[in-house]
Design a protein around this ligand. Structure first.
Ligand SMILES: [Zn+2]
Length: 419
């Protein structure tokens, strides 16, 4: 990875050795644009973008044409009209609608990706507003589930795309159903358990996914392109990269820093999401040959050496031959082995997801009212009994705030919701 020049330094061709940066530096110096490769032709009519552009519905989208909306992106030669058409017919699933997921969803929706599946198990809180760019104060005050809040917000700025929210925890039992329609999956989770589950699924199903993580001022991302399925003629051919387990054979053991313990800069999250979505746009426009084949990370706060941006780049160009997942095809996380039914979700709270049964919120409120303050809407029920707050979702899953004691959380659930 070439080192970028310090902003105060004048860029010269000598200090920026890669072709791309030479072109970028040339652009800065001469004001002539660099040359980008073009996406493949889609063989679609050039007169209009598919569907959304010719819609006659009365929504605001009918007054905004796709030619207007995407004009600057179509002008970018790397996308062009054919790339825009490919984006309109693409489906991306985003796992997690926290800071990374909200940023990625916003970028993909604004870029015109035709269908987004958003999967998130959580609800909006005031501490999210510093960095989770799709949410506002009203969402936090209502404790709106993030997937639904994101869908509503996206509809305000791009009602011509489809957004499918799932208020759910991604688990082995639902991963096939939730991710099957997507061409690409973006990781925006906050835990390694889900990432290893996704890695198993993606390798087994030959589905590309992009890892992204941010903590403190640190941002990291990696493209995972599993071996394409030879039976799927629609799949783009590419040479596979390393998978997550090739690089990190096991999830980290012991306590892991989270944004609840180490804090987080909004800018680090947005950098991770921005890099991730740029790679996604390459894949979705049929330009996987342009995708980075490294685990790329940045420390945005502490400069390195001669005041350069601290970063590292680990080669992930080839699968590791001894990898248990992509080499031996042992999908232990997908099989659900050792998966706990109760998990800590950071921020002094515990999630209980062992009970899968529909909940009647009105009946539950009548039952809980003598014991504390109860509020509910169509999507969740909130039961406050200081020092604990129990948030119950319609499938029986619950997040209990005010403790990290799993036994206590389980006993509160059993006492008030049922065992
Ligand atoms: Zn592997």
């Amino acid at each position: 990875m070439p080192k970028l020049p310090h902003p105060s330094a004048r860029p010269t061709l000598r200090t920026v050795p890669s072709l791309y940066y030479e072109q970028a530096a040339f652009f800065v110096l001469s004001n002539s644009p660099p040359v980008y490769p073009m996406p493949p032709s889609t063989n679609l009519p050039e007169s209009a973008l598919p569907e959304a552009s010719t819609s006659t519905q009365t929504s605001p989208a009918s007054r905004i044409t796709d030619q207007d909306r995407y004009s600057r992106q179509i002008l970018f030669p790397g996308i062009g009209l054919s790339g825009q058409q490919l984006l309109a017919s693409s489906h991306v699933a985003i796992i997690g609608c926290g800071a990374t997921g909200a940023a990625a969803a916003s970028l993909l929706a604004r870029a015109g990706v035709g269908t987004l599946t958003l999967i998130d198990r959580d609800f909006v809180e005031p501490s999210n507003l510093q960095r989770q760019i799709l949410f506002d104060e009203s969402d936090a005050l209502q404790s709106l589930p993030k997937a639904e809040a994101a869908r509503r917000k996206i509809a305000l700025f791009n009602s011509s795309i489809a957004v499918i929210p799932h208020i759910a925890d991604l688990v082995p039992a639902n991963i096939h159903q939730l991710l099957a329609p997507a061409h690409l999956v973006l990781d925006a989770t906050d835990n390694f358990e889900t990432r290893y589950l996704l890695n198993d699924y993606a390798v087994q199903q030959s589905k590309p996914w992009i890892y992204a993580a941010a903590i403190g001022a640190y941002a990291a991302t990696m493209n995972i392109l599993p071996q394409p399925d030879p039976a799927n003629s629609l799949q783009v051919a590419y040479s596979p990269t390393a998978c997550l387990a090739c690089i990190f054979p096991k999830p980290p053991s012991g306590p892991v820093e989270t944004c609840d313990t180490a804090g987080i800069l909004s800018t680090a999250v947005n950098l991770a999401a921005s890099l991730q979505v740029t790679e996604a746009l390459k894949l979705l426009t049929g330009q996987s040959h342009l995708m980075r084949r490294t685990l790329l990370s940045f420390d945005l706060w502490n400069p390195e050496g001669q005041a350069t941006l601290a970063h590292s780049e680990i080669n992930t160009a080839s699968p590791h031959p001894d990898c248990t997942v992509c080499g031996q095809r042992l999908f232990t996380h997908l099989a659900g082995e050792g998966r706990p039914h109760i998990t800590l979700c950071g921020r002094n709270s515990v999630q209980i997801h062992e009970h899968h049964r529909p909940v009647d919120f009105a009946a539950m409120r009548a039952r809980l009212a003598p014991h504390g303050v109860v509020r509910f809407n169509d999507l969740l029920l909130r039961f406050e009994r200081p020092p604990h707050t129990l948030t119950l979702f319609s499938d029986g899953r619950a997040i209990i705030q005010g403790t990290t004691d799993v036994t206590l959380a389980r006993s509160l659930y059993a006492r008030f919701i049922g065992s």
